[in-house]
Design a protein around this ligand. Structure first.
Ligand SMILES: Nc1ncnc2c1ncn2[C@@H]1O[C@H](COP(=O)(O)OP(=O)(O)OP(=O)(O)O)[C@@H](O)[C@H]1O
Ligand SMILES: [Mg+2]
Length: 301
């Protein structure tokens, strides 16, 4: 795996350098400085809310005026398109089978987000071989026009997931307060720490389905402390999302919760999370409250 990760990083580096020297265009100066930020959303346990987080995070970024591509990389049980009520003609299956380029299967959605649909039902490709994985990541870097690429993965440890983790600038681990979910989150963090040899990865966490902010903080503090003590790893707490009936209601209506009720509890929590992602990574010098006001037109703090 270390060799694989090294190989992926080498490809990524090459691609990023190549992207910086693309043919000169009027905006080439700004392009040279532009870096596509890749955020991979993953978890140890299944069903903790990754797809809801990925989809609504992508929409929030799009509402902020960013060019966002959401990739449903759950190659076994894709369902971002179901959450958005879209029936895609092509999906990652066609890319992996080399029938289509990634750029050819991008779909526009009504939410301002571009979607690369997953390959549900094709269990044969749920485990890519090494060549397929490398070519997948290479394809990923052809999408350098985006400001942000958000990758929704399947739960648990697989080489695919670790590949998407290795390709990311930031990895967001989603957990719920359930002990099994916390244990599995720790498990995947441990595997990332030992298997993915990318010292530049920023590991972050979201605690989903909490009943109070205190509960979220308690879970996060424990994980941060364990990761530091046993893995010598810095884990950053991005925030929590309340257990909110809006989420299953939205799923049932096949509309993202951010759209169904932008002022709902879960939507506001997610906006805080995105603001936190922005603040920490872009070193925004403005105060948190002002920053949020500017982004979303009102004070959430
Ligand atoms: N904050 C929340 N409040 C209430 N229900 C939630 C919340 N987040 C997620 N859920 C519910 O949990 C279920 C799983 O959510 P989701 O599909 O986003 O998880 P997942 O981690 O992507 O699952 P999988 O591992 O199968 O891909 C959904 O039915 C959703 O309605
Ligand atoms: Mg999912």
């Amino acid at each position: 795996m270390e060799d694989q990760a090294e190989e992926l990083r080498a490809i990524m580096k090459e691609k990023k350098q190549a992207a910086a020297v693309v043919e000169p265009t009027p905006d080439s100066a700004s392009r040279q400085n532009k870096k596509t930020r890749i955020i991979t959303i993953t978890s140890g346990k299944g069903g903790v809310g990754k797809t809801n987080v990925s989809t609504n995070m992508a929409i929030t970024y799009a509402q902020m005026g960013k060019k966002v591509i959401l990739i449903d990389a759950d190659l076994g049980l894709a369902n971002v398109n179901i959450m958005m009520n879209i029936i895609p003609q092509y999906n990652l299956y066609h890319v992996i089978r080399k029938q289509k380029k990634m750029s050819e299967i991008i779909l526009d959605t009504e939410y301002g987000v571009k979607l690369i649909a997953g390959a549900s039902g094709f269990s044969k490709i749920a485990n890519l071989n090494e060549t397929e994985r490398v070519s997948f990541i290479e394809e990923l870097y052809t999408l350098s026009d985006a400001d942000i690429i958000i990758i929704d993965t399947s739960a648990g440890v697989s080489k695919n997931v670790l590949g998407f983790v290795a390709a990311a600038d930031e990895v967001v681990i989603v957990t719920t307060p359930e002990p099994t979910s916390i244990t599995d989150a720790y498990g995947i963090i441990k595997i990332i720490a030992t298997e993915v040899d990318n010292l530049n990865i920023n590991l972050k966490m979201i605690v989903n389905r909490v009943s109070s902010s205190t509960e979220g903080k308690r879970v996060a503090d424990r994980m941060i402390q364990i990761a530091a003590q046993f893995l010598n790893l810095k884990l950053e707490y991005l925030g929590f999302i309340y257990n909110d009936p809006l989420v299953p209601q939205a799923v049932l209506r096949q509309k993202p919760f951010m759209i169904v009720d932008p002022k709902g509890k879960s939507s506001i929590c997610l906006k805080h999370i995105v603001a936190r992602l922005e603040k920490t990574d872009f070193n925004d010098s403005e105060g948190f409250g002002r920053f949020i006001r500017k982004l979303f037109g009102r004070d959430w703090s």
